[in-house]
Design a protein around this ligand. Sequence first.
Ligand code: HEC
Length: 106
Amino acid sequence: MKKTFLTVAVVLGIASVSKAQTKIPPDVEKLLQKNTCLACHKVDTRLVGPAYKEVMKKKKYKPEQIVELIYKPVPANWEGYPPMAPMAQVPKDEALKIAKWITTLK
Ligand code: HEC
């Protein structure tokens, strides 16, 4: 009985570690902040928009597709969310860097 409890505790412990918040590389975080992405997106959890991990789980985009979606969002892809505003002001190289990082998320 005690052993079962311990096993459960250990398994839960591992599960909570693997669910820990994903660290954003500092250079990418700077771009996400500067371009206000973080106001609406988190890596692991839903905010105004879907979590970046959720985006990759559902869509498996290539970086170029994500760049395109930053400039021209397709709200129909995300039922139940408000539409994301097109963000033409994000410099292309910054959008690509963010997009490449998003595609590495699992
Ligand atoms: C004002 C809130 C807001 C901001 C700022 C914002 N987003 Fe979004 N984003 C959303 C919402 C809401 C959705 C889901 C609805 C949609 O796609 O229109 C979304 C969807 C997305 C998607 C999924 C697109 C798809 O069609 O699958 C990506 C990728 C994304 N955002 C990246 C970014 C990046 C990168 C930035 C910063 C340059 C950013 N977002 C800024 C709210 C925002």
